[in-house]
Design a protein around this ligand. Structure first.
Ligand SMILES: [Zn+2]
Length: 489
């Protein structure tokens, strides 16, 4: 029996149009850059899309799976145009090498480049042009900015159903299972897409509670119906300025177009009806700190600063929450994670543990969101920045945040890293010798993904609204591509 041939590739990036940083090819190459056998080694056993592909390949000896270019980078500012072109060209030329029985692409769906607000769409079109009518599936992040024309390039599309995203492998498996069925000719997917006429931030978009949990439950009801292959509501990525901005309901049925349309329209309407619940206004940092400290309990209280969350395109650089902490002078052991500053880490390494140096925290990438905090700080710890996730988010994935330093700044332990990544896993703090059980207040540049690993470890998680590239008020940002009528609220 000759094996069927599946080609897989990945280009995963969430781009914040309002971040002052540019993501070049080197950032992809340093973070996630593999093909062939090396990709299998990189992803095996991880709760990720490509981890699911490895598991599929190993469970389906009748399929020969080829890993073409797999590239991913942490969310940030726009991708350099040439970096996108290189990744796109590698994927397309890989697909041109031979004929395939099926193609799977792992995308985020809210990539932007310096000059292109919709590169995911270009890649989908390019792939379809190369592979003709070959069955083609893709999976997307829950925060993808999608449109009917993008989905129209695909035979099958799936999206994360959880936020925090702990089902990346599940949705990839769903896509691969449908692809295998498609290749056999046993299903005939038809899709319907409905846009929600608004842009929501993801502050209140968790699927564990609140309005998105309700909409996700409705989507699950549709998925449980006969002939429904997929029903997902994508929240969209507010800071990815795109003509496809705003939430999207996607439903795919097995040859039941009217059912797909009915379900997509119903889900989009449910999302639109909850607008007021999505448009929340978190307290300022000082108030959030006070609220967190006043919450009773023995576990640490947490305050998150989503406006500078790297997973939303934050730059690990805004000083608002640290300033509020210095003013508040909490009487409990306090940890602040983090600032992105490779030079400061290098200075700390040169000075050594125990040394006190004059240091500047934040306001380095841009002073647009506040001036740096300048103070004497003592080096408490130095690390290589490497650990393996122990929490449910990207469980077991190896993480490298680059060399790090932890300082004592007026009694607050401040972590500074050479790379810009959200502290979303308890192992991040273990690495720095921090026992979370003895911490009273944990302040982090993070948003909802933080909750996956920390809800059980903290007594409360209070969000604040500080100036930053991913803040709650969209009126602060200068949109160029998003439909103007969506920006009214
Ligand atoms: Zn997301």
């Amino acid at each position: 029996m000759s094996k069927k041939k599946l080609a897989v590739a990945r280009m995963w990036y969430e781009g914040n149009s309002f971040s002052p940083s540019i993501t070049d090819l080197g950032i992809f190459q340093a973070r996630e850059w593999a093909e062939g056998a090396a990709a299998i080694e990189l992803y095996r056993g991880t709760a990720t899309e490509m981890g699911a592909v490895v598991a599929f390949a190993e469970a389906h000896p009748d399929w020969e799976v080829t890993f073409l270019r797999c590239a991913g980078a942490p969310p940030g500012g726009p991708v350099a145009d040439d970096a996108f072109k290189v990744i796109e060209a590698e994927i397309l030329s890989g697909l041109m090498r031979q004929n395939w029985d099926a193609v799977y692409l792992s995308l985020h769906g809210a990539m932007i480049t310096v000059s292109n607000p919709t590169p995911d769409f270009d890649l989908l079109r390019g792939v379809r042009e190369v592979i003709g009518r070959t069955p083609f599936a893709a999976s997307f992040d829950l925060h993808a900015n999608l449109c009917a024309e993008m989905i129209g390039q695909l035979d099958m599309a799936t999206g994360y159903k959880t936020y925090p995203h702990i089902d990346k492998d599940v949705v990839a498996t769903q896509a691969l299972t449908c692809l295998a069925a498609l290749a056999k000719g046993s299903i005939a997917p038809v899709s319907a897409v409905a846009k929600v006429p608004a842009i929501y931030t993801s502050f209140n978009m968790r699927t564990t509670d609140g309005p998105m949990a309700e909409v996700a439950a409705l989507a699950a009801e549709w998925r449980a119906k006969p002939d429904v292959l997929e029903a997902t509501v994508f929240g969209g990525f507010a800071y990815g300025d795109s003509p496809f901005a705003g939430p999207t309901a996607l439903v795919i049925t097995d040859d039941e177009p009217a059912l797909a349309r009915e379900a997509a329209d119903a889900l989009a309407a449910a999302m639109a009806a909850r607008r007021a619940q999505f448009e929340i206004k978190p307290p300022a940092p000082a108030e959030a700190i006070a609220q967190a400290l006043a919450t009773p309990g023995s576990k640490p209280a947490a305050v998150t600063d989503p406006a500078d969350n790297p997973l939303s395109g934050g730059i690990g650089d805004t000083p608002g929450l640290l300033r509020a902490l210095l003013d508040a002078k909490p009487a409990v052991p306090t940890v602040f994670g983090f600032f992105w500053d490779p030079e400061l880490v290098a200075r700390a390494r040169a000075a050594g543990v125990g040394a006190t140096i004059r240091a500047s925290f934040g306001g380095r990438v841009s002073d647009k969101f506040g001036a740096p905090v300048v103070a004497d700080a003592t080096v408490l710890a130095l690390t290589d920045g490497r650990f393996r996730n122990v929490g449910p988010y990207d469980h077991h994935l190896e993480v490298d945040v680059g060399p790090t330093a932890m300082f004592d700044l007026a009694g607050i332990r401040v972590i500074v890293t050479s790379g810009c990544q959200t502290p979303n896993d308890p192992a991040y703090f273990d690495l720095h010798g921090i026992d979370l059980a003895e911490v009273g207040l944990l302040c982090v540049k993070a948003k909802n993904h933080f909750r996956a690993g920390f809800t059980d470890l903290t007594r409360c998680i209070v969000e604040c609204d500080a100036p930053g590239p991913a803040g709650v008020s969209l009126a602060h940002y200068d949109f160029r591509y998003a439909p103007k009528e969506l920006l009214g609220g």
